[in-house]
Design a protein around this ligand. Sequence first.
Ligand code: 5GP
Ligand code: MN
Length: 339
Amino acid sequence: MSVDLTPFLDAVPDDALEAIRGAREALIATHENPDADTLGAALAVELLVARQGGRATLVCSDPIPPLYAFLPGIERFRTDLDEGATHDLLVVCDCGTLDRIGPLLDRHRSLFERLPRLVIDHHLSNGDSGAGHWIDPAAAATCEMVALLAARLGVPFDAGGGALATVLMAGIVMDTATFAHPNATPRTLAISAALVAAGAPLSEISRRLYRTKPDAQLRLFGRVLDRLETAHEGRIIWSTILESDFAASGADPAHSEGLIDLLAQSERAEVAIIFKEVGSTTRISVRTKAGGVDATVLTGRFGGGGHARAAGATIALPVNEARPVVLAEAERLVAALGR
Ligand code: 5GP
Ligand code: MN
């Protein structure tokens, strides 16, 4: 079966094609606390660069969580740059701001800012534009964009012994929750059909990303869900992940991934918030219902961002101090809906 993607290929800017074609020593960066979309996009871009005769180095500020070990090529990620390595292009995948790269950026800021840059991102809150910035908020995933880039470059999705189709499919499955979120469009589905036709193991990827958990993680979820609280007649729901929960459950910090999506299953709540204690700072994850509070407005008050329905931020306050401030703002935004 072949799926015709030509109606969608105009979305790829020419300067993105030229950057990939011309790269000889690309540096490809993901966001910190990586997920399958940022990792899949970076791995796919590496393959595209290699197919054009270039080489690439893959970097992520954090070690890769075991959940993503099944992605072909994942072992090539490093948490830092090689001393003295030279690069001629920086590709930044799935980062709403350059700061999302994390500590790596702080350590090598002058290099990162000096290199010609190609940003590939789908975050609505990404305010960057112009040459070297390909931002498409209509894309469900950065991997959806990279799939179009591959098609424009004439690289078949079965390239790399099936690796290209698998890593791109993983990013799309991650960011759409296997086509369950409203961000999955006819274009997302057409691209996904082409990836499956090229051999992407869709069902297996979905099982690994969404329906496989260590028992310690299930125990962590139990603890955190058991202490959920609500406000504003149930229209706001929240819970807190304390550092002590990890020791008590045997889970590790990456295992908190997915908890917010369970909390957001609340029938009544329009705004779901997870507060995660990270030393003397607090990470918030926010999910909101369609037509209600814009999650980027809430997280934006605290220097964060993301998408209208899913966003996050890091707040420089301990969790007990951050919580009342964020909840007051959430209350204000819910009240402003006027219903
Ligand atoms: P999550 O709650 O799953 O960590 O993040 C939800 C969405 O918000 C993701 O698309 C993520 O990229 C974005 N996001 C999370 N944290 C931050 C942040 O601190 N800053 C910005 N700009 N975006 C974030
Ligand atoms: Mn993404």
